[in-house]
Design a protein around this ligand. Structure first.
Ligand SMILES: [Zn+2]
Length: 91
């Protein structure tokens, strides 16, 4: 139902986002899907959720749900104290 002649109808593009950031599929939370326990001692797992500079990645980037993101953040912070995950990585 698109009418290209005549007035522009912005509703045509609702939810389509013709331009902008890459079209991202909604990722499903890994911890919900695979029933993984977030363990602060599991440095290899936690490293997937920090940048190479050591920052914690936002849940909207990794696809982790808010519940698990909160647990994950606590786990990463705890792991940092134990020096399993770096506070900052300087190259
Ligand atoms: Zn989850």
């Amino acid at each position: 139902m698109r009418d290209f002649k005549g007035k522009k109808d912005s509703r045509d593009f609702k939810g389509k986002r013709p331009r902008g950031k890459m079209m991202m599929r909604r990722k499903v939370c890994r911890f919900c899907a695979e029933y993984i326990d977030i363990d602060y001692k599991d440095a290899n797992l936690l490293r997937n959720f920090v940048t190479e500079r050591g920052k914690i990645l936002a849940g909207r980037i990794t696809g982790v749900c808010s519940k698990h993101q909160r647990i994950l953040t606590d786990a990463i912070k705890r792991a940092r104290v134990l020096a399993l995950v770096p506070f900052v990585n300087i190259y």
